[in-house]
Design a protein around this ligand. Structure first.
Ligand SMILES: *Cc1c(COP(=O)(O)O)cnc(C)c1O
Length: 345
């Protein structure tokens, strides 16, 4: 490993190397040039970091977080994973997959009422043998409370639940992306790339926080540009800072975070979480037709729509490069064929 990419030297007491980790992902994920996309938008060199290809149970960013969370659950002798989200949650799907693969019980707490059809991620949860429970409460922000209640009930029945909050956005989950930062830096060095920014979709903020912390610890000067798909910018910035501080503390590292380190754009949410925007649908078609890469309308397509807007606005040096972190999510498109059918570009 190159000197500059070894995080265990940087974290004071090498907590990183000592943290239990369950190998779930196929790593490193590819870093690929998107030549045809770059040409189509007459932009800088756009590179795709393919975390949609983390491999485990259809992949995505949550697999990296779960490597550390699941190992912790095993260490605590848990027999049940409890988490939650919407029926199309990628985090729920991958958590239920970890439960199945470890021979443990998986309980998914979903907000709202059961959808008419079981499809996309929800279908995968059912296939994985998860117990999917709907709260009847449409408010997403109450979900963590419902997850806790479910876990308390399971404990009363004699189970040993391991609770993972929405999105796996805890300090331990963030460690997965601290490690990913080191992996990405090695790939950038190997390609001789010095990208201006890394774009990604931001939801529960753990991916953004972990990646930014990892890059800072490695003294890599690359902007992390988060495109929020749900929470307003201020709320994301506060959460990202808090998660970075908690994760640094967990790793025994010190980090000073400047206000302009944390960059979040809330201009691409559209009608709200999960509601597709016309630009997101256009971006999904464009990626499929230029690179044969599938985005999703909830997360990655909104982040890509932002990146493409920035290209149009001339934000990047024409001979520079930019990285798009593809965080996965494509199973969700199978739940919404209606929004993708039609050919208008
Ligand atoms: C969860 C998720 C994100 C956002 O990651 P956070 O760590 O929750 O901010 C982005 N893309 C996809 C496909 C996801 O499933």
């Amino acid at each position: 490993m190159n000197k500059g990419t070894d995080l265990t030297r940087i974290t004071q007491n090498s907590t990183l190397g000592a943290l239990p980790r369950l190998e779930l992902a196929s790593l490193p994920t590819p870093l690929m040039p998107a030549h045809r996309l770059s040409a189509a938008v007459r932009g800088p060199a756009i590179w795709l970091k393919r975390d949609d290809l983390t491999g485990f149970a259809l992949g995505g960013n949550k697999v990296r977080k779960l490597e550390f969370l699941a190992a912790d659950a095993l260490r605590q002798d848990a027999d049940t994973f409890v988490t939650g989200g919407g029926p199309q949650s990628n985090h729920v799907r991958t958590t239920m997959a970890v439960a199945a693969s470890l021979g443990m019980r998986g309980v998914a707490v979903c907000y709202g009422t059961p959808p008419e059809q079981v499809q996309g991620n929800h279908l995968l949860d059912v296939l994985l043998g998860a117990q999917v429970r709907f709260t009847g409460d449409p408010n997403r922000s109450n979900l963590d409370k419902h997850i806790e209640q479910e876990a308390a009930g399971l404990a009363r029945e004699g189970h040993k639940p391991y609770v993972i909050g929405r999105g796996g956005a805890s300090a331990l989950g963030c460690v997965g992306y601290v490690v990913a930062a080191s992996e990405l830096i090695q790939q950038l060095q190997a390609e001789g790339l010095a990208p201006q920014s890394i774009f990604l979709a931001t939801g529960s903020c753990g991916t953004h926080a972990g990646l930014l912390l990892g890059l800072k610890l490695l003294q890599a000067r690359i902007q992390v540009y988060g495109v929020t798909v749900s929470r307003p910018r201020d709320e994301c910035e506060t959460r990202i800072r808090m998660l970075m501080e908690e994760t640094a503390a967990l790793l025994g590292a010190t980090v000073s975070i400047n206000t302009d380190d944390i960059v979040v754009d809330d201009g691409y949410i559209g009608g709200g979480y999960g509601i597709p925007t016309p630009e997101a649908i256009t971006a999904t078609r464009l990626l499929a037709r230029t690179e044969a890469v599938f985005l999703d309308h909830v997360y990655t397509a909104k982040a890509m729509a932002c990146l493409l807007d920035k290209v149009k606005q001339g934000t990047f040096e024409p001979d520079g490069s930019v990285v798009f972190l593809h965080t996965g999510g494509s199973p969700a498109i199978f739940a919404r064929p209606d929004i993708f059918i039609g050919d208008e570009m």
